[in-house]
Design a protein around this ligand. Sequence first.
Ligand code: SF4
Ligand code: SF4
Ligand code: FES
Length: 323
Amino acid sequence: MQVTLRVKRFDPEAPEERRAWVQEYRVEVPEDSTVLDSLIHVREYVDETLSLRCSCRGAICGSCAMRVNGHATLACKSKVQRMLGKDGVINVEAMGNQPVIKDLVVDMQLFWDKVRAVQPWLQPQGTEPEAEYVASNEAMQHLVGVMGCIMCGACVSDCTVMEMDKNFLGPAALAKAYRFVADPRDDAVKQRLGLYNQHGGVWDCTRCFECVQVCPKGVAPMDRIMALRDQAIQQGFTGSYGARHAQAFERSVEHSGTLNEMALVVSTYGIFNLPKLLGLLPVGLRAVYKRKMPPLIHRAIPNVKSVRRIFKKVHALEQRPKG
Ligand code: SF4
Ligand code: SF4
Ligand code: FES
């Protein structure tokens, strides 16, 4: 079958005005080819200057992550037939949020720095076990999904927060963080949660779902971040704006069945935090101008009792002993 690959190229050694360009390659490849097969075909037979990274070609090593048609994915897992647009073109470019070294190869230093920052190793305390610490199957089963991470960087590439704020630990590192918090052999849970609760940690995720969508291994980093938030609150880390916002949100819905936006802002920042509250004044004025201002007197929805019953059940479930 005939495929046109539209590849975003980058050559750091070219004069500045010619460093980045888009190049099209029209190639004939077998029907069951992947995007990676097609790119390798280009490199082998058409243009040996095209740079890309790959190894296993079986969705195991994580080295061929790149953006295909705008979203990060493993090129070796993406069949050309599925990726072809109506115009017969597949758009390929390097991953996002990481500096491009050449063509489709990025520098993953930032990725690894973030992973290292969450301390991805077991931290047992007390006397070391005489022999291997064997964890039961039941205690480890729930970690199988998150341990499937192959460190490909696709989630980091498409994380909408990392695009704006490189200080954010990001989806891959926080999924890794969860893997150690939830490991029965680790004794540093509280200390870890304190670390992940800081600026750039779990509360900076905007729940955009991108990392869940692009992860080729079903790790669902966002869900792990939400689990870390819950645990942080349970362990008493309730002072951050994020934690206060989440708790105020829950209280409001439990009380009135709907969100009291005015109270949410005040509860999140604190009534005496005048610099923060005054900083929100322009937003408030814009809301008034656009007629989007929430009502000053917040009322409960008519059948709020049903909502409260749901919360009661959830609280009862939370109190149940685990296991
Ligand atoms: S859900 Fe959170 S971590 Fe995942 S991509 Fe969006 S902002 Fe990033
Ligand atoms: S969480 Fe998924 S997308 Fe992110 S690095 Fe791991 S395998 Fe890749
Ligand atoms: S080449 Fe190993 S994951 Fe694609």
